[in-house]
Ligand binder design. Structure first.
Ligand code: ARG
Length: 485
């Protein structure tokens, strides 16, 4: 069969051009969406009397046969038919004859491809949100186990103030919560039907876009045909959301990498989520985390490529837009794999509580609490800070930590300091005191965990998931037996 557009041409296209312009190598992946869209279009043409009942039936039966070939992997993809749309249409005509050529009535590949892409993006957003949900569930469980684990908190990668490990883990819950919100929001803009826009200007046939909208499950239709075939912001949005989400995963990955060094020793990766070295027998490398970190560049690159594709593109359709698919596919595939891997790492990683507890006693991260101690005794905070700073300097020079100084030593710096200073400087006490809302104090973190669980639980139904948080040791374990706290 010749090309669908051969009529206007006097000679065959150059083979190299054929390969250069074809997208079937990658857009074949859109076949489920393409068949769905075509079936909805054919039914609408039938109901509108644009196709006779027998024609509609023949087309639908033919499409069903083609669908089965595609699902079975026996469909003969051909590069000379350029893309998935023409491959499916040609196959349909091969099967049912010239009547198959009526499917493309009142339609263009321009509104067809972007309809496929909307269906694809909607499915992917739902899949991504489900994976975010699962990862958040693991964070909630691990955080509940670490409500008493004190560790150094850092700023500038310098020990800053003691915090709870649960608090640190929950920080990622909230990042992912916002990521979920971004995807949910992007979904709203992807939830519009472009089909019916034709090539760019609508159609002379009495189509009914409302029927197609309903059958394909879109919330609305594009109101401007030029916009409908040109719009790729729904792709940009989902890839931008993916880039931000991946940035969050890369931060967590980096912390796991850092924490599993001998220098930190805060975590040990499970053997099932690490690999060895071909030369150094002792090595256990956090490759999974490194790849999550490393793949971040791909998604950023995908976003930049897509932004550049649409930049300065006049209305309406241009083949530049064919470049959207591989970048979109890469971004969603990469993010989904990284979400899954991060969940696996976090579910299996071992937290070294002793090491964290020791670390927090071998630093000066209780210095703020010394300043606060003085301030609570009436010393203006600026002065208290100055005094505490001098005490820290003295301690460093004497090779001691703050808890090692004698009361006599303390009182050389301020007569406001009394024996109760030691209790105030215990790392556990430093943490326990910070129950301001959103702080790392145990009460504040428990409230935070409950809020996080409530938000998480409220979404479970969307993804067909159930939530049963916590272990026997979980202080927040549900007591009424039905999952409510
Ligand atoms: N393969 C094309 C794409 O991916 C489909 C639309 C082609 N339309 C056209 N007029 N060449 O965008």
């Amino acid at each position: 069969m010749s090309k669908p557009w051969a009529g206007r041409f006097t000679k065959a296209v150059d083979r190299k051009v054929e390969r250069f312009t074809a997208s079937i190598g990658f857009d074949r992946r859109l076949w489920p969406q393409d068949v769905r869209g075509s079936m909805a279009h054919a039914r609408m043409l039938g109901r509108q009397g644009i196709l006779a009942p027998a024609e509609t039936e023949a087309i639908l039966a033919g499409l069903e046969e083609v669908r089965r070939e595609l699902a079975a992997g026996t469909f003969p993809f051909r590069v000379e038919y350029e893309d998935i749309h023409m491959n499916i249409e040609r196959r349909l005509i091969e099967k049912i004859g010239p009547v198959g050529g009526k499917l493309h009535t009142a339609r263009s590949r321009n509104d067809q491809v972007v309809t496929d892409l909307h269906l694809f993006v909607k499915d992917e957003i739902t899949a991504i949100r489900a994976l975010i949900f699962d990862l958040q569930g693991i964070i909630l469980d691990r955080a509940a186990e670490e409500l008493e684990t004190v560790m150094p908190g850092y700023t500038h990668l310098q020990r800053a103030q003691p915090i709870l490990l649960a608090h640190h883990l929950l920080a990622y819950f909230w990042m992912l919560e916002r990521d979920d919100g971004r995807f949910a929001d992007a979904y709203k803009r992807a939830d519009l039907l472009p089909l019916g826009a034709g090539a760019l200007a609508g159609t002379t046939f009495p189509i009914d876009r409302e029927q197609v909208r309903q059958e394909l499950g879109f919330a609305g239709v594009y109101e401007n045909s030029l916009d409908a075939v040109s719009d790729r912001d729904f792709v940009l949005e989902v890839v931008a959301a993916a880039a931000i989400c991946q940035a969050h995963l890369s931060r967590l990955a980096e912390e796991l990498i850092l924490w599993s060094t001998a220098e930190f020793g805060f975590v040990e990766m499970d053997d099932s989520f690490a690999t060895g070295s071909s030369i150094m027998p002792q090595k256990k490398n956090p490759d999974v985390a490194e790849l999550v970190r490393g793949k971040t560049g791909r998604i950023y690159g995908d976003l930049m490529a897509l932004l550049t594709v649409v930049k300065a593109l006049p209305l309406a359709y241009h083949t530049d837009l064919q470049e959207d698919k591989e970048r979109l596919f890469d971004a969603v595939d990469t993010l989904k794999a990284c979400l899954e891997m991060t969940a696996g790492m976090l579910a299996t990683v071992r937290f070294n509580r002793d090491r964290m507890a020791r670390a927090v006693r071998q630093d000066y991260s209780n210095a703020t609490d010394l300043a606060d101690y003085l301030a609570k005794k009436g010393v203006p905070f600026r002065e208290a800070h100055e005094i505490a700073g001098r005490i820290v300097l003295y301690a460093i020079q004497s090779g001691k930590y703050l808890l090692d100084l004698s009361l006599e030593e303390y009182r050389r710096f301020s007569d406001k300091i009394e024996a109760d200073v030691y209790a105030a400087l215990e790392p556990e006490a430093c943490v326990a005191g910070r129950n301001s809302r959103g702080g790392t104090g145990p009460e504040a973190v428990r409230q935070q965990l409950e809020k996080a669980r409530a938000l998480h639980r409220a979404r479970a139904g969307l993804f067909g998931r159930t939530t049963e948080y916590g272990s026997a040791a979980d202080p927040l374990a549900p007591t009424d037996g039905n999952g409510a706290p």
